[in-house]
Design a protein around this ligand. Structure first.
Ligand SMILES: [Ca+2]
Ligand SMILES: [Ca+2]
Length: 153
């Protein structure tokens, strides 16, 4: 009898301790992929910067703002797997002040940057949106260009 009671207690503890722990593990909605405590959704179609930004907002998310080399390498792998032709939009822009790139989320300069050689070069005075070029690094581009993009939340 005593044996049964203590076994039941152990089972109860496993349920109580195991339950919340399992529930608190990071999970993403269907169609989103988990990496380092964030969820990512990769676009099917390329869009211009503004539309990509709006689509991400409509999902309750935002355009990817890469924050580390490891995150960028993980993104790069997906770009290759998905066969994106050029790269993806990043949520940084210098539209408000030429040459001062800030994040869309907090309007602060990003801590992590990875400009490709010779970038940003503001070609024709008309490159105010940032993209990650696959296998290389960041480039300022025309915001009207249609590119693949990644939403995060
Ligand atoms: Ca610019
Ligand atoms: Ca450029």
């Amino acid at each position: 009898m005593e044996m049964c009671r203590s076994t039941a207690l152990v089972l109860l503890l496993i349920c109580v301790l195991g339950g919340p722990k399992a529930a608190s593990q990071h999970q993403c909605d269907d169609g989103w992929i988990s990496f380092q405590r964030k969820c990512y959704k990769f676009s099917i179609k390329p869009e211009n910067f503004q539309k990509a930004m709006r689509i991400c907002y409509s999902f309750g998310s935002r355009l990817l703002e890469v924050k580390s080399k490891s995150e960028e390498q993980w993104i790069d792998l997906h770009i290759l797997l998905l066969g994106y032709s050029y790269g993806v939009w990043l949520g940084f822009s210098d539209i408000q002040k030429e040459g001062q790139f800030v994040a869309l989320s907090d309007r602060k300069r990003p801590h992590y940057i990875n400009w490709w050689k010779g970038e940003p070069n503001n070609v024709s005075g008309n490159e105010h949106c940032v993209m990650y070029v696959k296998r290389t690094g960041w480039n300022d581009e025309k915001c009207s260009l249609k590119l693949n993009y990644v939403c995060t939340k």
